[in-house]
Design a protein around this ligand. Structure first.
Ligand code: SAM
Length: 166
């Protein structure tokens, strides 16, 4: 039997952020502004026990990308070097699916308050999964091609959106 090549997914809620047209390249803690998720009523029971976790994964549709994705991209910190789209976090991908790890601040019914997320306001949410310390933190993880840069440590501040002087 031929394996499936297309799949239908449903939205389970929306991610609300202050970003309408520009957003950070990765999640940045924003103390001033409010970020939250509203889960659609039919899925609201799915957040039971979620508040026990400090971090969660948000999996969502990058629904405002309308360009055709290339299989190689030039990320902002690759210094002009093309890398494969699957070696990048580019929002332009064959399947426009985004993944962000955010801090879970509070669950109030079907409203989940989170730390800063790198998505436009009202981005459709596909799934939430808990970030589980003992499963998800790999002690020997590295930074792939990003470590090739001679000023890697400086670059790492940009990547994490950490303000710095130089
Ligand atoms: C580089 S992507 C990274 C997304 C996610 N953290 C990941 O790694 O999959 C973040 C960028 O996606 C773009 N973006 C955010 N929300 C979007 C949406 N709903 N549709 C299309 N692009 C979006 C913004 O330009 C933002 O800077």
């Amino acid at each position: 039997m031929k394996s499936e090549t297309k799949f239908e997914l449903k939205k389970i809620g929306l991610i609300y952020t202050p970003y309408e047209n520009t957003a950070p390249y990765q999640p940045v803690e924003e103390k001033e502004k409010e970020f939250f998720v509203i889960i659609d009523e039919e899925f609201a029971a799915g957040v039971k026990e979620l508040s026990k976790f400090k971090y969660i994964y948000l999996i969502y549709v990058l629904n405002k990308s309308d360009k055709t994705p290339d299989m190689t991209v030039v990320p902002p910190w690759s210094k002009g070097k093309p890398v494969g789209v699957f070696s990048s976090r580019s929002p332009l991908r064959p399947n426009p699916i985004g993944l962000s790890v955010v801090k879970l601040k509070k669950v109030a019914g079907n409203k989940i308050f989170i730390s800063g997320a790198d998505v436009f306001n009202e981005t459709p949410l596909l799934d939430i999964k808990p970030y589980i310390k003992d499963l998800d933190s790999k002690k020997d993880a590295n930074n792939g091609w990003i470590e090739d840069a001679s000023d890697f440590e400086h670059l790492a501040l940009h990547i994490k959106g950490i303000p710095h002087e130089y």
